[in-house]
Design a protein around this ligand. Structure first.
Ligand SMILES: [Zn+2]
Ligand SMILES: [Zn+2]
Length: 238
């Protein structure tokens, strides 16, 4: 039997196994929650191609502050970077859901059960946010940088959250909400320790050095690297 699960319409956070007074992520009250079943009835997940082998997954209509998730077809498997808030059983199966950080866990537990996918997050985001992350029963954490299917690189940079991990697939960078690139003025994610976030920005820039990146996939944007990169440089003060 499926367990109790609620979705916060303000931020998209899924609350697994209980019905809290307030959303543990954004603090919204119960009146803003839907059951996960109702959420699946009212929202679908739209998949939009970013470029060959990469697509964006977002709830439709827009679901609060939900951050975009992305699908990477590696030729061997279907990897999702992050996970949509609403559950849609029609989606092409994922074999692995790997997180940038713990802020938008989406309906990952439901997709895991439905697809038989592995779901994983950096150990530090698990350990430091056990109350929020544990109900998703991920099963797997990672502590080292790694490469999936020889083509999806995971690099731990920390900063915005202690376990924050960015991903690179061919010429596409997946940076989630590290930078609010569409904000005016552009800024590092303000919801986290600012000095550490900037330090992580330097680490990100170091590992992008000399690489051919064409596209950046963020929390609510897909942007050409040629316009995104100057924003990172500006934030780092050079
Ligand atoms: Zn919320
Ligand atoms: Zn975040």
């Amino acid at each position: 039997m499926q367990q109790e699960q609620y979705v916060c319409l303000v931020c998209g956070f899924n609350m697994v196994g209980h019905y809290p007074e307030r959303c543990p992520f954004c603090g919204a009250k119960r009146e803003h929650f839907l059951t996960a079943e109702e959420c699946s009835r009212r929202f679908t997940v739209r998949e939009t191609e970013v470029r060959s082998g990469v697509s964006c997954l977002r709830s439709e209509p827009a679901l609060g502050l939900e951050h975009s998730a992305y699908r990477i077809h590696t030729g061997k498997r279907e990897i999702w970077v992050d996970c949509p808030s609403s559950f849609n059983e029609q989606l092409r199966p994922a074999t692995c859901i790997t997180f940038t950080h713990h802020h938008f866990m989406g309906a990952s537990n439901m997709y895991r059960d439905h697809f038989g996918a592995t779901v994983q997050i950096h150990e530090l985001d698990y350990r430091n946010n056990r109350q929020m992350v544990e109900p998703f029963n991920l099963g797997t954490t990672f502590q080292e940088n790694f490469i999936l299917d020889d083509v999806v690189e995971a690099h731990h940079i920390g900063g915005h959250t202690p376990g924050f991990t960015i991903y690179i697939f061919e010429d596409v960078l997946f940076a989630c909400d590290y930078i609010f690139a569409d904000a005016e003025p552009v800024k590092f994610n303000p919801f986290g320790p600012q000095a550490e976030t900037k330090a992580g920005g330097y680490r990100m820039r170091d590992l992008l050095e000399g690489r051919k990146i064409a596209t950046v996939c963020g929390q609510n944007y897909v942007e050409d690297y040629s316009t995104w990169r100057p924003k990172l440089d500006q934030l780092l003060g050079s």
